[in-house]
Design a protein around this ligand. Structure first.
Ligand code: CA
Ligand code: CA
Length: 325
């Protein structure tokens, strides 16, 4: 039996939304998503796909949405930014540019050119070109907010099929960027080492057992920099349909887009998708990827704040496709 964790792409063919704590009201997560700063996160819908994307503004004669490369849109789609009390914007996708090839969490990014945006006054996300600093002290790991329209459920039930389409946001702490996870015993047939790219955060519930990015024998995260077992208020986990949604960090009192929802990891010792102990992965927007965005859209990243520092790494989609290596 294979017992190593698997990537789960966050696309809902019907792509990942947010799985929540079992002891908190769903309204908490919807309220987060309803904040003005996150109105730029929309739902991408076609007849066959449900995913998420982030409006980043106007440039080179068009309005643009940033999403995940694994979100493949082959037919006209609408993008709806409705969530909670916000009004809706219906948009038509005219073309798509993706990193090719891409790796989940590393450069899982695509740009969607929007036709007929109209005279919307939707405020675009401001995106960073600077990787988050992840200090050794666990208590100083960056607190982030992730927003999407994926499936939901709780850390006990896991993600539930057919529940995507509602906008939610959750908080977590970034535990690492680009690491490997080991299962089995060295020298034995069950031994497996897998590389994971991008920002990652585990879904905690205040237990050592589900604090999976802290397991000394499994993760290659440096000993002094492993994860805390404490859950954040409104801690959550990515699910199918969340793919392409936004990862935000508060910088100088502004919400800045620092990553894009890319993948989740479950299976084996981590447990079923969306349960406590599984983890989320995001493509990190760094200087190179911000340059790629600018080249295609003419839109600039925000200037480097002194509160963000450099690093590197990467990814997902919703859709219930599991990739096994
Ligand atoms: Ca966590
Ligand atoms: Ca943890």
């Amino acid at each position: 039996m294979k017992c190593f964790p698997l990537f789960v792409w966050l696309l809902a063919a019907t792509t990942p939304a947010v799985v929540i704590r079992d002891d908190l009201a769903d309204a908490w997560y919807k309220e987060i998503a309803d904040k003005d700063a996150y109105k730029c996160v929309g739902r991408i819908a076609t007849d066959t796909t449900s995913a998420s994307g982030v409006y980043i503004g106007f440039g080179n004669g068009a309005h643009w949405l940033l999403t995940a490369a694994h979100v493949s849109i082959t037919s006209p789609a609408t993008v709806n930014f409705a969530g909670g009390i916000s009004s809706a914007y219906s948009l038509i996708v005219s073309s798509r540019i993706a990193y090719d090839p891409y790796t989940l969490g590393l450069n899982d990014l695509a740009l969607i050119k929007i036709h007929n945006f109209g005279s919307s006054n939707l405020a675009p996300a401001k995106f960073s070109k600077t990787l988050l600093d992840i200090p050794d002290a666990v208590a100083d790991h960056p607190l982030i907010t992730s927003v999407g329209f994926g499936q939901t459920g709780t850390g006990i039930t896991g993600q539930q099929a057919g529940t995507q389409g509602t906008k939610r946001g959750f908080r977590n702490r970034i535990d690492a960027i680009g690491t490997t996870y080991t299962t089995g015993t060295a020298g034995q047939p069950d031994y497996n080492v897998r590389a994971y790219e991008g920002y990652m955060a585990d879904f905690d519930n205040d237990t050592d057992g589900n604090n999976t990015l802290n397991h000394a024998d499994n993760t290659h995260i440096p000993a002094g920099a492993k994860s805390s077992k404490s859950w954040e208020q409104t801690e959550g986990q990515l699910a199918p349909g969340d793919s392409g949604g936004g990862l935000f960090r508060t910088v100088d009192d502004q919400e800045v887009l620092v990553g894009i929802n890319s993948y989740n990891v479950d299976g084996g010792v981590l447990g079923p998708a969306g349960t406590y102990g599984t983890w989320s992965g995001w493509t990190a927007i760094n200087r190179e990827r911000a340059l790629w965005i600018r080249q295609h859209t003419g839109i600039e990243a925000v200037p480097e704040p002194c509160t963000l520092i450099g690093f590197t790494a990467g990814a997902w989609l919703l859709g219930r496709r599991k990739r096994r290596n």
